[in-house]
Ligand binder design. Structure first.
Ligand SMILES: [Zn+2]
Length: 177
């Protein structure tokens, strides 16, 4: 039994939505909360599509997060994040998720690149990532340093680093579902 078989697709999407938009869904381009739902993704039925009414920007639950445009399903990513929190090696992560070790290594690297330490932003993360001490930076496609260097790419992105960094809910080791 693989861990990802125990992770519910709907709950993973719920978790990402809660993390990104604790109150209301907001347009990642202009920040408006005047959003209409546009059905679900054809291949991933839990993935909600949206359209921003003021700026007509189309986006979905994963747009501009580190999970967007990935080959692996969201439960695999969430499972990977969970196992990283247990300080498993890439090899163990691969085994638990039924992945090739190379793929698991790449995913762990991408997740680490998208996670910045909450308490000490300057401190470089080493191999250990404490999930409940970490932020996942949405919208930076795993390149938080680039964003810091360049600053806000769009007018409305104001305090974007702060807005976009959402605290991960602590992932409980007990799977209740
Ligand atoms: Zn908009």
């Amino acid at each position: 039994m693989l861990l990802t078989g125990l992770l519910d697709d709907a709950k993973c999407y719920d978790m990402v939505r809660q993390m990104r938009w604790p109150e209301k869904v907001r347009c990642p381009r202009c920040g408006s909360d005047s959003i209409s739902k546009q059905g679900h993704d054809a291949k991933q039925p839990q993935r909600q599509n949206y359209c921003c009414k003021p700026c007509q920007h189309y986006f979905d639950d994963l747009s501009e997060t580190i999970f967007a445009g990935r080959h692996q399903s969201l439960p695999v990513w969430i499972g990977c994040l969970y196992l990283m929190g247990l300080n498993l090696s890439n090899r163990q992560v691969a085994h638990e998720l039924g992945l090739h070790e190379d793929d698991a290594q790449r995913m762990c690297e991408q997740l680490r690149a998208g996670i910045v330490a909450a308490a000490q932003p300057q401190q470089k993360l080493s191999g250990e990532v404490e999930l409940d001490e970490a932020y996942v930076v949405a919208g930076h496609k795993g390149q938080p340093d680039e964003v810091k260097k360049r600053g806000a790419p769009r007018a409305h992105a104001g305090s974007k680093a702060h807005q976009d960094a959402r605290r991960w809910p602590k992932i409980s080791p007990r799977f209740s579902g």
